[in-house]
Design a protein around this ligand. Sequence first.
Ligand SMILES: C[S@@+](CC[C@H](N)C(=O)[O-])C[C@H]1O[C@@H](n2cnc3c(N)ncnc32)[C@H](O)[C@@H]1O
Length: 241
Amino acid sequence: MIWPRDLFRRRKSQTPPTFEEYSLLAARARDRPGFLPETGPEIHSDLFRYLTEQRGRGAGIIEVGCFKGASSILFAYLCDKYGWPFYSLDITPEYLEYTRKLLHELGLGSGGRFFLGSLEKFGRETRLAERPALVFIDANHSYPEVVKDIRALYELNRRPHAVAFHDFSLRSSNPADGRIFVDRAIFDCFGNGVEYRRIGQQFGENPVPSAESPSPAGAYWERNGSEGVLIELDGRELSSP
Ligand SMILES: C[S@@+](CC[C@H](N)C(=O)[O-])C[C@H]1O[C@@H](n2cnc3c(N)ncnc32)[C@H](O)[C@@H]1O
């Protein structure tokens, strides 16, 4: 699919983005019935800083797995400010619709595209006019699904400048969750020596929840883990699997 309006740069805002202005918008979302953030201020602030410092190295943001729109607020805010295209993906129509309405109520995402499906499907059906500044992957965290998302990055018609992954050091003791290994999938695809920035919450020797004391659903953080990571893709090819 070609989104005709993406062929023309949207008008960028007269005022630069500020984290304070974004935080006020994000605070308004908390009152919306059903709002449930799965990402928080630490990772949002790291992504805000990265994207505002990296201006010019890509245009546009693709978010994979919007859920109830907690990260979408940040991405739509920045895309509106910069006149960038914003693509929000989810495989669950209700979440996509929730996010679309939330952004609309906040006066954001007027140029947003809401795509039902995976990054793989998006890449097959969409022609990007410019290279995205960032793809944020926070979808299915099981090893084979993360591998699929990474491979799908390389099938896009424009190589994104950077990719960020949520739940890098997440684990689950619940067999129903499958093999939750975002970090292992990244190392297997990009190589063990891949350079990455740690973003979001940082965990020490005693993370909460921990392997010894997981959440009621069985989730926990690896010791000395990171909530997320960011990898720049320029000149970086995939190794395996
Ligand atoms: C952890 S939630 C995302 C949380 C959200 N980023 C936030 O900031 O609160 C994961 C979302 O990914 C969606 N999802 C699962 N598998 C997916 C896939 N293969 N492609 C796109 N979305 C997927 C789920 O429907 C769910 O809404």
